[in-house]
Design a protein. Structure first.
Lengths: 54, 492
């Protein structure tokens, strides 16, 4: 067992968790941006149309 | 000497800067309203929120003070990270405070206070938030510049130029794209920053070795290097102060809360909190390891803040050095952009509220928001140049942050959950939590009172501020019961 097991586990958990979450967020976050900009675009077009009608 | 190769590493850094600026500027066309500018039209989803929160809360300044903690306190220096992760997970899991805050539909915390405590408290809270936030952020630029100058082996006389160039770059895309630019660039910055942090940490663990890191801490700090309660520079007061500080930050720090307010719904905001919580352990432990590695390799140095960048300048090989500098630039730019935007949002939304008797047009609102960010940039440049930092960086940030964290956390909890809370209690809490930390900072700087400040110490002073601020809210509210309680949905 490594010396100071708590800190060894915490360090290993940080490296493993951080590596995993970086890859996961890199994939999912890109899709979030795409959808966010699409929603903003849709809202802008809808508001422009409403303004045009009034 | 440094391993920074201007052709290889410089190209990596240049490419990163180009890509970030392009992405930041591209989304400016989606900004048509103040709501888009300040809270991204409330369209942020979970993973973008995680990337943005993590990138914002990790700047070069974070890396510097957490590494300094590792260098000066050993593994025990990572204690605040565990406390913050705990607070984040509990708040995210239970929805404590952030549920009513997000449900209320406000853009800033003081806006919520107006519903319960009236417009004066909203204005005063805005002033306190901006004062504490800007004092806190004032040291970011110099510290960031210090890191880059040391790692890249530049002459110290270029520090100011580095600081200015860094700030102007960030300000341009933040001014044009607001929160949308911040979110998109944060996403890119999160990836670059994380890649750099992970690779450099693995390199250090392989080169220095776990046994060597542990032995170094044992030699210099004994058991106190692993346990904060028996570390002579920490103790229970350090742990309690950091628990209060980090819980308050999780509940009220404007850059963190901005992610809840920008989330597409309350549940998304809560998920961002719970899923980002462990990042705060990494945020302290990873640079802490770099600091310990610096101690193991360089031994004791005169300026503990500079130990880690000095060590990295020779330990990281060319090629990886470019990734490290790009990662740190990414970390710093994401922090600076978000901080400028969120403090600016409070100035516009709350401090300037009395000047908007009639609602302003979206165009005028956007103009003022952009001007405020430019003004904050100028302030940071000058404050960052002349403020002489004394003591350790984390403590300075803790003390200046307490100016607002203590009162605003008390006000927010009372606003959401205590029906008897009123503007008298709120005013008293704001006053107490501004006066105590500012007095401490002044005493620390004035030679005749520096010894008294040192004997009190920042931890006792911080704990007293949180406790007295809470007491002031209770006493003030009970002394003059409010006959005009403005009850609104979601607020106690």
């Amino acid at each position: 067992m490594p010396k100071h097991f708590f800190w060894w586990t915490a360090t290993a958990a940080c490296v493993l968790w951080y590596s995993t979450i970086t890859i996961y967020v890199a994939i999912k976050g890109g899709s979030d941006i795409k959808h966010m900009l699409a929603r903003l675009d849709a809202t802008r077009i809808r508001e422009d149309k409403e303004e045009h009608h009034t | 000497m440094t391993n920074f190769n201007w052709l290889l590493d410089g190209s990596i850094v240049g490419l990163y800067l180009l890509a970030t600026m392009a992405a930041g500027l591209m989304v400016r066309k989606y900004v048509g309203k103040v709501e888009h500018f300040l809270v991204a039209g409330r369209e942020m989803d979970v993973y973008l929120g995680i990337a943005s929160l993590a990138a914002t809360e990790f700047g070069i300044v974070t890396c510097m003070y957490t590494a300094q903690n590792g260098y000066e306190k050993g593994f025990a220096g990572a204690t605040p990270g565990f406390l913050m992760a705990l607070a984040m997970a509990v708040v995210g899991f239970t929805g404590f405070v952030i549920n009513p805050l997000r449900d209320s539909g406000v853009m800033t915390i003081p806006e919520l206070f107006e519903k319960k405590f009236g417009p004066r408290i909203r204005w005063a809270a805005g002033v306190v938030i901006v004062l504490g936030g800007l004092l806190n952020m004032g040291v970011f630029l110099r510290t960031g510049g210090q890191f880059l100058v040391l790692v890249a082996g530049l002459d110290v006389k270029y520090l100011e130029i580095m600081m200015t160039a860094l700030l102007v770059g960030v300000a341009v895309y933040t001014i044009l794209g607001g929160m949308l630019s911040v979110l998109v660039t944060d996403y890119m910055q999160f990836i670059v920053m994380s890649a750099g942090l992970i690779v450099v940490t693995i390199l250090i663990l392989m080169n220095v070795g776990w046994e060597n890191l542990v032995t170094t801490v044992e030699t210099h700090y004994g058991a106190g290097g692993f346990n904060p309660f028996i570390n002579p520079t920490m103790g229970w007061q350090y742990v309690v102060f950091n628990l209060m500080l980090n819980t308050a930050a999780v509940l009220t720090w404007q850059t963190i809360i901005a992610r809840v307010l920008s989330a597409k719904d309350t549940m998304t905001g809560r998920k961002v909190y719970t899923r980002t919580s462990f990042f705060f352990v990494c945020r302290f432990l990873i640079p802490g390891l770099w600091g310990i590695a610096a101690l193991a390799t360089l031994g004791p140095v005169a300026n503990s803040l500079e130990a880690m960048p000095r060590y990295l300048s020779t330990a990281v090989p060319p090629g990886l050095m470019g990734l490290l500098v790009a990662a740190m630039l990414a970390a710093d730019m994401s922090t600076d952009s978000s901080y400028m935007l969120t403090w600016g949002s409070v100035i516009y939304n709350d401090i300037m509220a009395p000047f908007r008797k009639k609602p302003w047009s979206e165009k005028r609102g956007l103009f003022w928001n952009r001007s405020i960010i430019a003004f904050i940039g100028v302030f940071l440049l000058f404050y960052g140049l002349w403020y002489p930092l004394k003591g350790d960086l984390w403590t300075y940030l803790g003390v200046t942050g307490t100016i607002y964290l203590a009162s605003i956390s008390v006000l927010l909890i009372a606003c959401c959950y205590w029906r008897k809370a009123n503007s008298w209690g709120a005013g008293a809490a704001i006053l107490i939590s501004a006066v105590l930390p500012i007095s401490y900072l002044v005493m620390e700087q004035v030679p005749s009172t520096a010894a008294i400040a040192k004997s009190i110490g920042p931890y006792y002073s911080g704990i007293a501020t949180y406790l007295l601020s809470g007491a002031a809210m209770v006493i003030g509210s009970l002394i003059k019961p409010n006959n005009d309680v403005r009850l609104k949905e979601g607020i106690a």
